[in-house]
Design a protein around this ligand. Structure first.
Ligand SMILES: [Zn+2]
Length: 191
C-alpha cells in the first residue's frame, strides 16, 4: 500500500515535472513566432508605416496637382451646370484635399468668396488658348463683354501677360486683371 502510494506520488510528481517541462519546451522551442520575434515584427512594420507616411507627407507638401477635368460630365460647383467648354474651366484645391470645379472661371472666385470656410490651397484655371491647367494665382485675365463665357462673365485666363495683351488688342472694351485684382472685383459681385 505504502509502495503503491509512493509510486503514485512519484508518477504524479513526474507528470507535473513533465508537464512543466513541456510547457517550457513549448514556449522555448515552439515553431510559432516567439514574443521577441513578434516584437521585432511589430517594430519593423511600425517603421515601415512611419516611412510611408513620411513619403506621403513629403509628396503632399510638393506642388499641388490640378484635378482631372471630365469635359461633358463634370458639374460646376457654383451653378450646377455640366462643364462643356475647357477654355473657361477652373478649379480649386481645398486644404482638406477635396476639389471644386467650375464651368466659368469667374464662378470660382464667386463660389470661394461665398465659402470662406473652404481654405483654398491652390487655384487653377485653363489657359484660354492651350486649354491646359495653369495656376490661377499667376495667370493674367482678360475681361470683355465680347467674350461669351458659359455663365456670361466674359473672363478668360492666359499664362503670360504677352498672350493676354495680344488677345485683348482685338477687344475694344478689354481690361486685363491680375489674380488679386480679379479676385477683389469678383468678391463685389458675390455679395
Ligand atoms: Zn457654373
Amino acid at each position: 500500500m505504502k509502495l503503491y502510494y509512493q509510486a503514485l506520488k512519484t508518477s504524479e510528481v513526474s507528470k507535473r515535472v513533465f508537464s512543466s517541462l513541456n510547457t517550457r519546451n513549448t514556449r522555448k522551442y515552439s515553431p510559432q513566432t516567439s514574443p521577441t520575434d513578434f516584437r521585432r515584427l511589430v517594430i519593423t512594420i511600425s517603421l515601415l508605416i512611419f516611412a510611408l507616411i513620411g513619403v506621403a507627407c513629403r509628396a503632399d507638401n510638393g506642388d499641388p496637382h490640378p484635378p482631372e477635368l471630365m469635359v461633358g460630365s463634370d458639374v460646376c460647383e457654383e451653378c450646377g451646370m455640366v462643364i462643356s467648354d475647357a477654355r473657361y474651366a477652373a478649379a480649386t484645391l481645398i486644404e482638406d484635399g477635396h476639389t471644386h470645379k467650375f464651368d466659368d472661371l469667374a464662378e470660382m472666385f464667386i463660389f470661394q468668396a461665398k465659402h470662406p470656410e473652404d481654405v483654398v490651397r491652390a487655384w487653377f484655371v485653363h489657359d484660354y488658348e492651350a486649354e491646359t491647367w495653369i495656376r490661377g494665382e499667376t495667370a493674367f485675365y482678360v475681361l470683355s463683354e465680347m467674350i461669351h463665357s458659359p455663365m456670361g462673365y466674359g473672363v478668360v485666363a492666359f499664362e503670360t501677360r504677352t498672350a493676354a495683351d495680344a488677345f485683348a488688342t482685338d477687344l475694344a472694351d478689354a481690361q486685363i486683371f491680375t489674380f488679386d485684382e480679379l479676385n477683389a472685383w469678383m468678391k463685389t459681385r458675390a455679395q
